[in-house]
Ligand binder design. Sequence first.
Ligand code: ARG
Length: 272
Amino acid sequence: MNKWGKLSLGMVLVAGLMTGCGNNNKNNSAATDTSANTATKAAAKTLTLGTSADFPPYEFHKVVDGKDTIVGFDIDIAKDIAADMGAELVIKDLNFDSLLNELSSGRVDMVISGLSPTPEREKAVGLSDIYYKAEQAVVVREADKDKFATMDSLKGIKLGVQTGSIQEDIAKGIEGAQLTSLGKISEIVLQLQSNRVDASIMEGPVAKAFVKNVKGLAITDAKPEVADDGYVIGVKKGNDELLKQINATLTRLKAEGKIDEYVAAASELAEK
Ligand code: ARG
């Protein structure tokens, strides 16, 4: 399934985009990529990442060397955090709306999943410094590109959004909009293709990746506004030790220009 670009409409595409659903709860160990530290430690500690790998170029499934692998720039950052800690990274692919609960109950140690900071999330979990910023976008069927060129034009229409996301909140604020909330972005794309919803709100980079790889979709000129356009990493409330380590790695990665590098590489990978 590494040739997204060659796929067209239909079930082949569906199967490709929906790998994220079928693989829920399947652990994807990135042990081989962590630092040499890991090998030298007798009982290596693990760092469990919770993510919703339906979100190219942040986190998505890709066949690498014949093996289904979770890749993306969030994953690159997670690997660096684990390496800096001398820990082995374990990845859990879950629905986005379950991630913060998994954190609070201690089933995952950190959430990196294109997570936007909101006042409610700030109350529920610990949030890191912002590591990247992006804008929101509106995705529609190509023929409707001009019809839905403003936020006003979305009033009263059928909108598909990810459950528990800030996009769901944005959509709730659109007068008369009829919402379909779904667990994975790939499911929303299917709804768009089959005319069950007329538009979706997504982060710009995700919208670009899907539009590049799915025939018949387009990004409109409508610009959804959000209070915070940055992404943060979540930890369990009170886990200040881990938060400190995460922020230290983020500071290093930013200073080294690594995050922009990871974003560029992941975007390229998502488009292949
Ligand atoms: N940034 C949005 C939010 O925090 C959406 C994130 C969705 N992430 C994902 N991996 N599907 O609500």
